[in-house]
Design a protein. Structure first.
Lengths: 169, 354
């Protein structure tokens, strides 16, 4: 079947639209489909992950000083072949390879999620404080001073906990 | 005959229960990849290190005792048919059935929690719920994670988060997924468009049995692609939002199928599928899945009455090779399986339409 718009290329995009119970079909080639657009099928959510598709870096172009991990002996070649790491220290050893790879895979290179409750209690509180500060700023922006006061007290309480932890250390 | 009890005993709770939005979302899964600090990952660990990890985990059932009863298995002591059954029920990965020395599994009684030990990572904590329950599944996985971490330190980096064997899982170590049944979108040729738009939000679509598996019976798994740079809550929220959109699209398509002009064609197609399943004498997995998908659609549309909704989820697992062999108590050549599969389906349809 040929594209019904340019009538030159093979139609590979098939659109069935149902509007007011009327079913219409349309057939386009890839190129025309892109130009015509509007096949979102009602899915309209801001593309918050758009950053994934930026900066597709080709990894492995950096010069390597380290050829294998001192902790587990995994070599750079092994890592590139199996795409797996041998131990926690590999993340440090092969960082010149891994950081661009992480950007390419995740569009990010910093963890912002969960922090272990017990072993990293301090980091956990620090992140919480940061989140609360962001919320505080938002509350101030919308002139919600009651909420802002509550957040400020919460931040103070966490900060004093942090100080106590440092004293303990 | 051989049905009833044997079958029922083999079902996990996610398969038996319907769950929220259960007519479209068959199940929800959240898995967390975790490694213990200072021990090489399973791919590189030597025998002593691998054994240490496995031994460390034999007491995990006590750590998690507040969450229910658990059974610990050494994969090397589970026979190959039983291992295959676990794969078919989505409780372990296919990789976990190979090179089983030092591999382990901790399974909750209702099979809603499964923890693989020494798979690609030291721990793969998995929660499986029926229906659309992403947030609930994440909350339970989070709790399991806290309980384990209270006893044993994890490999964690302030900048990179939870460190995993494969860089695709680093950060949260989380993969949240929903298993969706989209027969109406498939009938209206809308599937590829809907699924393609899903990938633009950083989500991945896979077949029934995850990575690299084919999709059978219009059942797909949708999950997050990235694990780094977003909080667990953000990932859960994104998947929930997109899933809600997919549910709405599928419902819209289903609505269209039962409107007056379409109704006869839909009824015809559903009833023909039912007719084949009710009378076939031999049938392969793929054909059976496609027909079952259509029959389940018929139930959801109210075309087929007095049939049990569970049949799709139940049969999609029970007609698999290992389950058939388990029911018969012996290994079967493929042509025998086709015969047994047809007879199992016939019998189930009869008992379900009592």
């Amino acid at each position: 079947m040929l594209c019904e718009r340019c009538e030159q290329e093979v139609a590979s995009v098939h659109v069935t639209k149902i509007i007011n119970n009327q079913k219409t079909e349309a057939h386009f080639c890839q190129k025309c489909a892109k130009e015509v657009g509007g096949f979102g099928f009602g899915i309209e959510i801001p593309n918050i992950f758009s950053s994934f598709f930026e900066q597709p870096k080709i990894w492995g172009t950096t010069a390597h000083k380290v050829s294998s991990c001192p902790t587990c002996n995994l070599s750079v070649d092994d890592f590139r072949r199996i795409n797996q790491l041998g131990c926690s220290d590999c993340y440090q050893t092969f960082r010149t390879d891994i950081h661009p790879l992480l950007r390419r895979l995740h569009g990010a290179s910093r963890h912002v999620g969960k922090v272990p409750l017990k072993s990293h209690a301090k980091t956990r509180i620090e992140r919480q404080v940061q989140q609360l500060r962001d919320q505080l700023q938002q509350a101030i922006d919308v002139e919600n001073y009651e909420e802002a006061a509550r957040l400020r007290d919460e931040i103070r309480a966490l900060e004093s906990r942090l100080q106590n932890m440092e004293v303990d250390e | 005959m051989f049905l009833g009890d044997t079958l029922d005993k083999n079902l996990s709770s996610w398969m038996k229960k319907e769950g929220p939005e259960g007519d479209i979302v068959l199940g929800t899964r959240v898995r967390l990849a975790r490694n213990f600090a200072k021990i090489p990952f399973p791919g590189v660990a030597n025998k002593e290190q691998a054994k240490k990890v496995l031994d460390n985990c034999t007491k995990l059932d006590e750590v998690l005792s507040g969450l229910g009863k658990f059974t610990f298995y050494k994969m090397a002591e589970v026979d190959s048919l039983e291992r295959q059954l676990l794969v078919e029920k989505h409780l372990i990965s296919p990789a976990h059935t190979e090179a089983t020395a030092y591999k382990g599994l901790l399974l909750s009684e209702s099979e809603d929690i499964s923890i693989m030990i020494n798979e690609e990572d030291h721990l793969r904590i998995q929660v499986l719920y029926p229906g659309f329950q992403i947030e609930e599944a994440w909350r339970l996985a989070d709790r399991i994670d806290d309980l384990i971490e209270a006893k044993q330190e994890y490999a964690f980096d302030n900048a990179l988060g939870y460190l995993t064997s494969c860089p695709t899982n680093v950060g949260t170590g989380m993969r949240a997924s929903v298993m969706v049944h989209l027969p109406a979108l498939a009938k209206l040729n809308q599937l590829s468009q809907v699924l393609n738009s899903v990938t633009q939000f950083g989500l991945v679509v896979r077949g029934l049995y995850g990575e690299g598996s084919e999709s059978y019976g219009n059942i797909f798994q949708i999950s997050n692609q990235v694990s780094l740079g977003h909080t667990e809550e953000d990932i859960v929220e994104l998947l929930a939002k997109i899933t809600a959109q997919i549910i709405a699209s599928e419902r819209q398509a289903r609505q269209f199928l039962i409107q007056s002009e379409q109704r006869l064609a839909s009824e015809d197609s559903v009833c023909r599928s039912y007719g084949i399943l009710a009378h076939a004498r031999k049938i392969g997995t793929k054909e059976a899945m496609e027909l079952l998908s259509n029959v389940r659609l018929g139930i959801d549309l109210g075309i087929l009455k007095n049939l049990d909704k569970k049949i799709l989820k139940e049969l999609m697992v029970c007609i698999r090779a290992a389950h058939l062999q388990k029911i018969m108590g012996q290994s079967l050549p493929p042509e025998e399986r086709d015969r047994l599969r047809a007879s199992l389906i016939r019998e189930r349809l009869q008992s379900a339409s009592a």
